[in-house]
Ligand binder design. Structure first.
Ligand code: DGJ
Length: 527
């Protein structure tokens, strides 16, 4: 433990030392455990995102949203760009919109994750240009079981794939020309919530022939035989995933060849509680968890598959998130909601080892303004607390030294067990009673905290609406003394102490108010 913490401490010591002239850079590299780690400008980067609404990926709208984006405290804006906007006629590209978006992001001093709405947007083809929509011969649609074409491009169609890949590669080449030095755009989402809604699979004659043929040899894990033999009732979804992954893998590869930026795909999860009907309750063919390993193998140009997770209940939210957090694919939630529940989940998400980050969908609705007054949105407080802490926190987190506690209905006291010491996060008023002093819960369930063990006896505590108490590990004697309690903030990856807390401010637990706080606490177990 001591050795591991010393190694993390050595890394932390280098963080603030990066020269101001550090080359602008954005990449996923693999750490010692083989997990992809996003670094931007040479430092670990946590995506704390805000996503522009679907029709707001235009420079003027982006500009008008600048105050709201600032209030969000996000470090990344997810900006949609539709294929229809850059290639209105086949082969004639117009990059004025992307140029305007990059200029606007630079003016706002914020990074962009660009969302390529090409062949798929929420399992539909609505962002494809008119010349693609009109030519159903060249760009065939998925046909439903009654052989009616639907508003989705067939994933088996090479012409569509090539046209999308060509447009995406042209876009990436342009971005390279105008932004490779500054890296305003740090990553790209390839397509959006891919798959098909309105049919379990493509039932066109060409697709039928492929579906009844043996499963291709490059489908990971499949045995010789038909789709039906291999996957039974899940065969239509597996078939669509095979073709959709290869299609999007080809689009992503073409883009990376033009300009090698980190790329990810987002998925509409199949695992939402309810009846599971791929093609109806969720898109058929997306990188859903049971097909995630196959998807990753078939689309290697995609670094990470992120799961759009809007669930407001703890159990389904964490279950869905965990299903997408597998070796080689760290947790990433590119879309979530804006409620207090989502803000609590964001703390949990960010605390998961190797988590790439989270992004709140939508900002059009006067984000941070309530009844004409400025107000802090729950997730904006998360971002405010964690944004500057991230470069310091992430190495500790990835080495397994950070834990989170989030409040839920009826769960107001959550234990956190560290090496040699434990803590309890208490939410709401702390009252004495049977079982000792216990949190009674916050009416708005706003308790959320991350505690990181920086050294054996030194802890970073970041959170809101929480009262934290340390104790020796069960079975060990003594009591925990607070040697010092620093209130502070981070600057350039280094802890900056603002004042020392003591007396009334620490006598009844380490209090993190609803407005949030960061503490660096040195403890001592006295035996
Ligand atoms: C998920 C999509 O990916 C977003 O683009 C947006 O349509 C949201 N749903 C709306 O809730």
């Amino acid at each position: 433990m001591k050795k591991r913490l010393a190694a993390v401490a050595a890394l932390l010591a280098t963080l603030g030392a990066a020269p101001a002239t550090q080359a602008q850079d954005s990449r996923f590299s693999r750490d010692a455990s083989g997990q992809p780690v996003l670094t931007v400008d040479g430092k670990p980067f946590l995506v704390l995102g805000i996503q522009l609404n679907n029709s707001s990926g235009f420079p003027d709208t982006f500009h008008a949203l600048a105050p709201a984006i600032k209030r969000s405290h996000a470090n990344t804006v997810m900006v949609p760009l539709g294929w229809e906007s850059i290639e209105p006629e086949e082969g004639r590209f117009d990059f004025s919109i992307i140029d305007g978006l990059i200029a606007e992001a630079r003016a706002q001093h914020i990074r962009i994750a660009l969302l390529w709405f090409g062949s798929w947007k929420n399992a539909k083809m609505s962002y494809a240009p008119a010349w693609v929509k009109h030519d159903t011969q060249r760009f065939p649609r998925v046909e439903d079981a009654d052989h009616h074409p639907i508003d989705a491009l067939s994933p088996i169609a090479e012409a569509s794939r090539n046209a999308d890949a060509k447009a995406f590669a042209a876009l990436m080449a342009h971005i390279k020309a105008v932004d490779a030095k500054q890296r305003t755009i740090i990553m790209v989402q390839v397509e959006n919530e891919a798959g098909t809604l309105g049919a379990d699979r493509d039932h066109s004659a060409a697709a039928e022939a492929l579906f009844t043929a043996p499963v291709p040899a490059d489908m990971p894990g499949a045995k010789q035989g038909s789709w039906q033999d291999n996957y039974a009732e899940k065969a239509p979804e597996a078939f669509m995933a095979y073709h959709t992954a290869r299609y999007i893998g080809a689009v992503a590869a073409a883009g990376r060849k033009a300009y090698d930026l980190p790329m990810y795909a987002n998925v509409w999860p199949r695992e939402q509680p309810g009846l599971l009907r791929p093609g109806d309750s969720s898109p058929s063919g997306g990188a859903v968890s049971w097909l995630l390993p196959q998807w990753k193998a078939l689309a290697p140009a995609i670094d990470v598959v992120g799961v759009d997770n809007y669930d407001t209940n703890v159990a389904p939210y964490t279950q869905i998130a965990k299903a997408y957090d597998i070796p080689g694919n760290p947790l990433f939630v590119p879309e979530t909601g804006g409620s207090m529940a989502h803000a609590r989940h964001a703390f949990w998400t960010i605390a998961q080892p190797h988590s790439v980050g989270i992004s709140k969908f939508g900002i059009d609705e006067g984000f941070g303004i309530s009844k004409g007054q400025e107000a802090i949105e729950p997730i904006a407080l998360d971002y405010q607390l964690l944004r500057d802490a991230a470069p310091f926190l992430l190495p500790l987190r990835d080495a397994g030294h950070a834990l989170s506690a989030v409040e839920e209905d009826g769960m107001a006291n959550i234990p956190l067990t560290f090496d040699g010491i434990e803590a309890v996060a208490r939410f709401g008023e702390v009252r004495d009673g049977y079982g000792g002093p216990r949190g009674q819960g916050n009416a708005d369930l706003s308790g959320r905290v991350i505690v990181a063990q920086v050294e054996a006896n030194r802890f970073l505590i970041v959170g809101a609406s929480t009262n934290l108490l340390f104790a020796p590990r069960l079975g060990t004697a003594g009591h925990v003394e607070l040697v010092s309690v620093e209130e502070g903030h981070f600057m350039d990856g280094r802890w900056v102490r603002d004042r020392l807390l003591n007396g009334d401010e620490t006598a009844f637990g380490l209090v993190l108010p609803a407005s949030g706080k960061s503490l660096m606490v040195t403890t001592q177990v006295v035996r």
